[in-house]
Design a protein around this ligand. Structure first.
Ligand code: GDP
Ligand code: GDP
Length: 443
């Protein structure tokens, strides 16, 4: 894990494309490595994933497996056209995967034809080159016209280093421009929960200072506005409003788009619909935002549609608390984009969770809290060995990340980490933001 704090920067995106069964998801998962993840620990989700991060040398990047975005029953030509469009639209570098086993096929040529229409860099990965002879036998693929084909084996992991070098070489140069210090947030949620209505309610004509700034490397369009004297950038406003192409209405495309917007934001407005409650897709995107360490506000929209009793709100809070146990720090706000109920509270709430996300606490105050915690709840003993906590320090913010130095990290179980997190939260306002605790052996 690359430890980072502070201002949220866009990272390059790599898209994998190629006909079915060439090994796209095998390569994708290998480059992604074994990230421990609360979302992906759920059975079925690992196989399912189409968007994640990879790292190579000092570079971090996002990856999309376009093969995972499919439209039921559509013929090959439609599927591949959609996947190529997604790759061209979303990626900084496209990895076109072919197979050494089957050699060059007509379907490969069909994919190539669509990719010619874009000027995005394309790297050809010849997969299933499992032995030295196969690695020699890649010359047919020069005919695709994308330069040197790179022989690899997704199963054995050979050639991946060279492929990654080539991918990284093609990343756009860093602009060197300092990003502005707006608070960057995105509005995330299933179709129809009311995202674009919320955009309209939040913006109110007079608030827009600069609208529709095209991103440099993608066509994501952000909107800047000012409210209560605070400057905001709403990420991918165009994506929220965009409708049309068939694949844009598929769940997996919208989950991928949401994850990408989350990556580019400091604060997430996680919107659900009071009428419909929580769905599986909500858990995927909320889990992603949590793991990405973003500040999260839970917005229950269409509050006007419910017949309320004096415990409706509490029932909702309990339901959300049960479904999203890992993010009880997220404040819940009940709004109506239609009647504008509580919409005016959102800018200040976004600012508050952002400030908590960027907060730094003094080591002395932190250590007072930790030492008091140990006094209330003595450290556990495992096989006669007692956990000793020497001191703690905040290493970065965005999200606040603490290193706790101990005699032996194995003695500090999840439950004790959780206890320390609660003690820290009791003493400092970290509402709205995840915090991370890293245990480290004191040398
Ligand atoms: P996708 O449809 O392009 O995502 O392909 P998958 O990643 O699902 O792989 C399709 C099949 O090819 C699976 O049975 C993989 O185990 C196999 N496969 C993937 N990479 C390699 C490889 O490098 N060598 C060999 N021999 N088989 C591979
Ligand atoms: P999106 O797909 O998440 O962007 O959702 P939209 O903003 O397009 O809203 C979907 C539908 O819900 C539209 O018919 C809206 O008018 C309606 N809607 C959105 N917010 C509210 C709300 O707070 N109350 C009510 N009653 N309807 C809403």
């Amino acid at each position: 894990m690359i430890l980072k704090g502070g201002i949220c920067m866009a990272i390059p995106t790599v898209a994998f494309i190629g006909r079915p069964n060439v090994g796209k998801s095998t390569i994708f998962n290998r480059i992604a490595g074994d990230r421990i993840s609360i979302v992906e620990d759920t059975p079925g989700v690992t196989r399912d994933r189409i968007y994640t991060h990879g790292e190579w040398l000092t570079h971090e990047f996002a990856m999309i497996d376009t093969g995972g975005i499919q439209i039921n029953d559509a013929p090959f030509s439609t599927q591949i056209k959609n996947q190529a469009e997604i790759a061209i639209e979303e990626a900084d570098v496209i990895v076109f995967v072919v197979s050494a086993k089957e050699g060059l096929t007509n379907d490969d040529e069909q994919v190539a034809k669509i990719l010619y229409r874009s000027d995005k860099p394309v790297v050809v990965a010849v997969n299933k080159a499992d032995n030295p002879e196969a690695r020699e036998d890649i010359y047919d693929f020069y005919a695709l016209g994308f330069g040197d084909p790179m022989p690899i084996s997704g199963v054995h992991g050979t050639g991946l280093g060279d492929l990654l070098d080539k991918i990284v070489e093609n990343f756009p140069p860093e602009s060197g421009e300092k990003p502005n210090d707006d608070i960057r947030f995105s509005i995330i949620g299933r179709p129809n929960v009311g995202k674009s209505s919320l955009v309209n309610a939040l913006l109110g004509e007079d608030r827009v200072i600069v609208s529709d700034i095209a991103g440099t490397t993608r066509d994501a369009i952000d909107t800047r506005f000012e409210a209560d004297g605070i400057k905001f950038t709403m990420v991918d406003t165009a994506g929220i409003r965009k409708r049309g192409k068939v694949y844009e209405n598929t769940e997996r495309y919208s989950v991928m788009r949401a994850m990408k917007a989350i990556d580019q934001s400091d604060v997430i407005l996680f919107v659900m619909n009071a009428e419909e409650g929580i769905r599986e897709q909500d858990k995927k995107v909320a889990g992603y935002a949590h793991e990405a360490g973003k500040a999260i506000i839970t917005v229950v929209n269409k509050w006007d549609t419910l017949k309320k009793t004096n415990h409706t709100q509490q029932d909702f809070e309990t339901l959300i608390g049960n479904e999203f146990q890992y993010m009880t720090y997220s404040p819940i706000i009940f709004v109506s984009a239609k009647t504008h109920q509580r919409i005016e509270q959102l800018p200040a709430l976004i600012k508050r969770v952002y400030d908590n996300h960027e907060k730094r606490v003094q080591s002395s105050a932190l250590n007072d809290v930790i030492m008091d915690a140990v006094a209330i709840h003595p450290t556990p003993t495992v096989n006669g060995k007692r956990l000793r906590i020497y001191y703690a320090t905040q290493v970065v913010s965005g999200p606040p990340t603490f290193v706790v130095f101990v005699n032996n990290p194995d003695l500090m179980h999840f439950s004790y980490v959780r206890f320390l997190e609660n003690q820290i939260r009791d003493h400092f306002d970290f509402s709205g933001t995840p915090i991370r605790i890293i245990k480290r052996r004191r040398k």
